[in-house]
Write a protein that binds this ligand. Structure first.
Ligand code: ATP
Length: 366
């Protein structure tokens, strides 16, 4: 499986430093090769946070040739296609992409580029580590959980039609194959990252067939991992437990839609959408993007927090073998946040996207 994150909580009250994390090796070995990476700036706040992250990566010394590609509304303007073949070809070739958010029109218009991309490239696993970033104000401390979201089916299949006027049908597709595949990913992740428990989230009491199949598939795969505890929660109860006592969870395994909703809930536990990263992983391709969307309400105002995309980029660095660089950037980010002088608005500061990125670059050079 692709490289997955080990960046985790700093010691209580201390400055962030690499090597404190028991799950991470004590040192990383960098391959220091030149990488070719597809870059999708996206729209809304996408170009702002992407520029900020590219600047930090290049300041850290990443040897990279970017292949910039348009998607969504910008791609329609250029080529008439929201998900152009050139974009898919680029990722199929480079095998790795850093992606800003791409707006999906609500209630009509083109189908989601984000969903289309995941399906077209077989990115079946969406990995979302949720933990307390150094000095980021949040309702809880000690949160360190990982969301594993199935990425290709469920109600995201886009199979909707009008049965008769006034009645529509939206099809929830759950297959044994995709459920077993994502369950295997979750248990493999748990095993290779010292995680102890995988909790399957479902609504199998109501959707006895669809969620029932998901749950049965997870339980079948769990028998191959006797070292990992497997339990399950009904999604509504899981939300309550997450809000009341989030530290009880370790790895959460969810079908697509519950994964989307629970991800935003979990982001709210650790400081908001500005700080939660994600990786879309297939058998040999990784597309790294933040959990948040294009946030049109704050686009173009230099106020978006680039942390979520930067943390996604750190997952990407780990994926491509640049672990030492990921750790160095994490240290710089942690130190800027701990010092508290330069922060974006969502974290209670007054600094802009660019100023925040500049502060991380300065911290890298110290
Ligand atoms: P999608 O459905 O595409 O994921 P969404 O409806 O969840 O999108 P977002 O675009 O993620 O909505 O944004 C939700 C709110 O969170 C926005 O209104 C914005 O104020 C805030 N937000 C999202 N991302 C950031 C960020 N990087 N920095 C600061 N605030 C953000």
């Amino acid at each position: 499986m692709a490289g997955v994150p080990s960046l985790s909580n700093p010691p209580e009250g201390g400055r962030y430093s690499p090597g404190h994390n028991a799950r991470a090796p004590a040192f990383w070995v960098s391959r220091s090769v030149k990488h070719t990476i597809t870059l999708i700036p996206g729209d809304g706040i996408g170009p702002e946070v992407t520029n900020a992250v590219v600047k930090v990566l290049e300041t850290a010394g990443l040897q990279v040739e970017w292949e910039p590609q348009a998607a969504g509304v910008l791609a329609i303007e250029q080529s008439g296609d929201p998900l152009p073949p050139a974009l898919l070809d680029s990722i199929a070739r480079t095998k790795v992409a850093l992606k800003g958010p791409v707006t999906t029109p609500v209630g009509g218009g083109f189908t989601s580029v984000n969903v289309g991309l995941r399906k077209a490239l077989g990115l079946y696993a969406n990995l979302r580590p949720v933990w307390n970033i150094p000095s980021v104000p949040s309702r809880y401390t000690g949160i360190d959980l990982v969301i594993v979201r199935e990425n290709t089916e469920d109600l995201y299949s886009g199979l909707e039609h009008e049965v008769v006027p006034g009645v529509v049908e939206s099809l929830k597709i759950i297959t044994e194959e995709a459920s077993e595949r994502i369950a295997t990913f979750a248990f493999e992740y748990a095993r290779s990252h010292g995680r102890k428990r995988v909790t399957a989230i479902h609504k199998a009491n109501i959707m006895k067939m669809a969620d029932g199949l998901f749950l049965k598939s997870v339980q079948k795969i769990a028998t191959r991992y006797p070292d990992i505890v497997c339990d399950e929660r009904i999604v509504d109860a899981a939300c309550m437990h997450l809000v009341m006592n989030p530290t009880q969870f370790d790895v959460l395994l969810l079908p697509n839609l519950y994964g989307d909703i629970v991800s935003d809930l979990c982001a709210g536990l650790v400081g908001g959408l500005g700080v939660v990263p994600a990786a879309n992983l297939g058998s040999d391709i990784g597309v790294f993007e933040a959990v948040h969307g294009s946030a049109p309400d704050i686009a173009g105002r230099n106020v978006a927090n680039p942390t979520a995309l930067l943390l996604s980029a750190l997952l990407m660095l780990q994926h491509i073998g640049e672990r030492a660089m990921a750790d160095r950037i994490m240290t710089a980010l942690g130190n800027v946040l701990s010092e508290g002088k330069v922060r974006t608005r969502d974290l209670g500061g007054a600094s802009g996207t660019r100023e925040f990125a500049d502060a991380i670059c300065a911290a890298l050079s110290r």
